[in-house]
Design a protein around this ligand. Structure first.
Ligand code: ZN
Length: 94
């Protein structure tokens, strides 16, 4: 029971950091100890590992789409800034 609760809390903690971790945005880096904790969790938690893999696939698809359609880099930057802003707002709300 305690173990399940701890895992649930770690999943919640990880879910709030996965995108930031994958973005590796130098403007908002995760502290190294959080990167270590997150990577350890992703290796052992099937659910969070699958979530991270989904995000990776989505990022690859977006990059491919941008390359194929010669998307204006400014558009991509606006989309990323907006996604980050929404992420921050949802973190503050939760
Ligand atoms: Zn998890």
């Amino acid at each position: 029971m305690i173990s399940a609760t701890r895992t649930m809390l770690t999943c919640h903690w990880s879910a709030r950091r996965i995108q930031r971790y994958l973005d590796a945005d130098p403007a908002a880096p995760l502290p190294p100890e959080q990167v270590h904790r997150l990577e350890s969790h992703l290796k052992t938690c099937e659910k969070c590992g699958a979530t991270a893999e989904d995000y990776r696939r989505l990022r690859r698809a977006l990059l491919l789409f941008a390359q194929r359609h010669a998307l204006d880099p400014a558009v991509l930057i606006r989309v990323r800034v907006r996604a980050r802003a929404e992420q921050l707002l949802s973190q503050n709300a939760g």
